[in-house]
Design a protein around this ligand. Structure first.
Ligand code: C2E
Ligand code: CA
Ligand code: CA
Length: 712
């Protein structure tokens, strides 16, 4: 049931009779009693007005002559009140009236004028008709109210929608626009209404003639036209990215409704994501992808202009040490700082990128001469290679730069980057803190290097490495002191390869850490296995490269390996070179302290060939000096070498260190060393590095007396 039906059915209409005479009221009541209405009777104008305020009255029968307020006055007041303005009034009058007073009655709002006495049938008929009219009027009023509220609701929906809504007529003219649409187009609703839709459409481009436009064609076909990446022209001349959909309205309305979605937020988000994808989060510079793009664009431009440009590849020297010893947060700080520095020495239109790790690239656009690139490289190196201070710790960084010029060294993005990278490696090989231009010979060398690097990786995976063991003999007693483990690469094609060839490469590529673990495990397990045979005095010497020695986790790694294989730390001797010790004195001191705490012995390898700063011997607690085999090889012929060897032996004695002579090949050398108080020897005289089975068969004690002539 509608609200309307409910209201009309619920109550009978009220008929109000107003007369100052009681007997008239009684008579009227009797007369109208059987009608389809409720009769109310009141005896004064005031009472009538009160009643009409309280109830919905359908019709008033109003006596003209009343004391105080007469019928005309009452009618005037009824008409004056909006609530009762349209309630029909029939005047009743007992006396014959002049035409004047009848007219006056109509003038104040009467719908009829009945003279007493009257015919009840006629009156009843009139009442029925008027009440019916009144009921219709009332229904109409309700309907209108309902319609109004529905229209207001719809209007409010359009008003408050945050999407732009337009109604377009078949001629392409905007007939309706909601406020959101006006806001989007930076104008007023009135500006839009009556204007051409196409005048706001920048993208997709539409033909000038509306009838040829996609929108119109879709409308004609009864289809919705959709476009996600439209661009609208705003009234102030700006642009607005928008998604549009335009759907036909029902046929008789002969128009279409267009909904527009402001896409600028989404577009901005896209742009932001896009820029994140090409930006290095740490430094805010381009990342690898960003640099690729920039280089690609530059190449496209330079091709047309016939200009030169250069790609610089910069790698920090000594960054890894900072990262390892001061932690990643410190490392990040250094990278950020370097990024800043690089930006300062380039022109605004050159671009810098961080390719990952401690590698940076720069693109120098439109160069006059290649030398300009060299100048920039020099400046970069100089800027980076200063003393830096971080959390109170001072350290020096360095940089190596490779330069590849366009078009000589490459014409593609990859070609140029690869050439610059190769040149950078050459700069590093040449001793760091340098720059190098790419040259074609580098290609061959780099390719060989690449191949070697690749085969090293597979060798590690395929277990192609072995350790061999070279005995160390106490000179005086002939007792086996221990073995030095030496690494060999059993190459499947090239045969055995000595470590001098591949250790530097392993260091450079950081593969040494992976292999180092393997070496520690292999050696320590072997030494433990030899305990039954050679006793718990047997020492195992392990070589530790500078990179390995610089690793903060070295001691932890060793401790774990010793625990795994249940070997006492005192059976292990770590051989480090002087240069490894001198990398960073603070780190070295700490590393040595921890090694000592762990209980392993420390030997200086190749003593005398490194920094030769004897001062450090005072500061560091060491166990053994190993005299480099070059001194040993020459000492019998060269008095200077002899002097060095005997001095080292004396020095070791005074400092309470053991001394081992390396590379002893002859009995004469052995005798000389014995005579000069050297404790231990190692060399081909006794044995080269031995495979495990051979080493296992080695006597725990040599009988020097049978060694008058060198063994075959
Ligand atoms: P090093 O520690 O000074 O090793 C001694 C080198 O001299 C070994 O060469 C050894 O075979 C050789 N040698 C021993 N006795 C004689 C001799 O009487 N005459 C001559 N001419 N040579 C002798 P190798 O094995 O080629 O090792 C070279 C270098 O490679 C080593 O020098 C060491 O620094 C490094 N290395 C070897 N194994 C490892 C390892 O497992 N890890 C690390 N990090 N480095 C290693
Ligand atoms: Ca060694
Ligand atoms: Ca050595």
């Amino acid at each position: 049931m509608t609200q309307l039906q409910a209201e009309t059915v619920a109550t009978q209409q009220v008929l109000l009779v107003v007369d100052d005479r009681e007997e008239n009221l009684v008579a009227m009541e009797a007369l109208l009693d059987d009608g389809d209405w409720d009769v109310r009777t009141v005896s004064s104008g005031e009472a009538a007005l009160r009643c009409m305020m309280e109830e919905e009255v359908g019709l008033v029968l109003l006596d003209v002559q009343m004391p105080q307020m007469d019928g005309f006055e009452v009618a005037r007041l009824i008409r004056g009140n909006p609530r009762t303005r349209y309630t029909p009034i029939i005047f009743l009058s007992a006396i014959a009236h002049t035409e004047d007073s009848v007219l006056r009655g109509y003038a104040v709002g009467a719908v009829d004028f009945i003279l007493k006495p009257f015919d009840p049938k006629v009156l009843r008929h009139k009442i029925n008709t008027l009440l019916e009219q009144e009921r219709h009027r009332h229904e109409l009023q309700l309907l209108t109210r309902q319609l109004d509220s529905e229209r207001a609701f719809n209007a409010s929906v359009l008003e408050n929608a945050s999407e732009g809504i337009l109604v377009i007529d078949p001629q392409g003219i905007i007939r309706f626009a909601n406020p959101a649409m006006a806001r989007m187009l930076r104008g007023e609703v009135a500006d839009l209404q009556g204007s051409r839709l196409l005048s706001y459409l920048q993208v997709p481009q539409m033909p000038d003639n509306w009838q040829d436009s996609e929108i119109y064609r879709h409308w004609r076909a009864g289809q919705t036209y959709r476009v996600h990446d439209a661009v609208l022209t705003t009234l102030d001349g700006g642009y607005l990215p928008a998604a549009l959909s335009c759907s036909p309205l029902p046929q008789h309305q002969s128009s279409m409704v267009l909904i527009a979605l402001d896409m600028s937020v989404v577009r901005d988000l896209h742009a932001q994501l896009e820029s994140q994808a090409i930006t290095d989060a740490l430094t805010g510079l381009f990342n690898r992808r960003g640099f690729h793009q920039a280089l690609e664009n530059a190449l496209a431009r330079v091709d047309r202009l016939g200009r030169r440009m250069a790609v610089l590849y910069l790698d920090l020297d000594g960054f890894k040490r900072i990262n390892d010893s001061l932690g990643h947060a410190a490392g990040d700080q250094v990278l950020r700082k370097v990024g800043e520095q690089l930006k300062t020495c380039l022109r605004p239109y050159d671009c810098v990128a961080r390719m990952g790790g401690d590698e940076f690239t720069a693109l120098l656009d439109s160069l006059e001469h290649p030398e300009d690139a060299a100048r920039v490289a020099e400046k970069l190196i100089e800027l980076v290679s200063v003393r830096h201070k971080l959390e109170g710790v001072e350290f020096t960084l360095g940089a190596s730069v490779g330069i590849a010029c366009y078009p000589e060294c490459g014409q593609t993005v990859d070609g140029l980057l690869c050439a610059a990278d190769m040149a950078m490696y050459e700069a590093k090989r040449a001793g760091r803190q340098q720059y190098r231009f790419f040259s074609p010979e580098m290609n061959g060398r780099a390719r060989a290097r690449l191949m070697l690097e690749e085969s090293l990786r597979t060798a590690i995976e395929q277990d192609d490495f072995v350790l061999i063991y070279q005995p160390q003999i106490e000179l005086a007693s002939g007792r086996l002191r221990g073995f030095e483990a030496l690494l060999r690469w059993e190459h499947r094609v090239s045969g055995t390869i000595a470590p001098g060839v591949f250790i530097p490469l392993l260091e450079e590529t950081r593969l040494i850490n992976r292999l180092g673990d393997w070496i520690f495990n292999q050696g320590v397990r072997q030494c433990r296995a030899w305990q039954a045979q050679f006793g718990e005095q047997l020492l195992l010497s392990l070589n530790v490269s500078p990179v390995q020695f610089g690793m903060p986790q070295l001691v932890d790694d060793l401790r774990r390996v010793l625990e795994t294989h249940q070997l006492q730390a005192a059976q292990l001797e770590i051989e480090v070179t002087e240069s490894a010790l001198m990398q960073n004195l603070d780190t070295t001191r700490e590393q040595l302290r921890q090694l000592r705490e762990l209980g392993v012995r420390i030997a200086i390898d190749d003593f005398g060939t490194g920094y030769s700063s004897l001062a450090y011997l005072r500061h560091f607690e060491l166990d053994t000096l190993k005299i480099d085999r070059l001194f040993v090889a020459n000492m019998l012929d060269s008095p200077k070498d002899a002097a060095i060897v005997s001095t080292i032996i004396d020095l070791a004695h005074h400092l309470g260190l053991e001394v081992i002579a390396e590379g002893v090949e002859t009995l004469a050398q052995r005798d000389w060393l014995l005579a000069h108080g050297c404790g231990t020897l190692q060399g081909f005289l006794v044995a080269p590095g031995l495979k495990v089975e051979q080493a296992s068969a080695f006597p725990a004690q040599l009988d020097w007396s049978t060694w008058q002539t060198p063994p075959p």
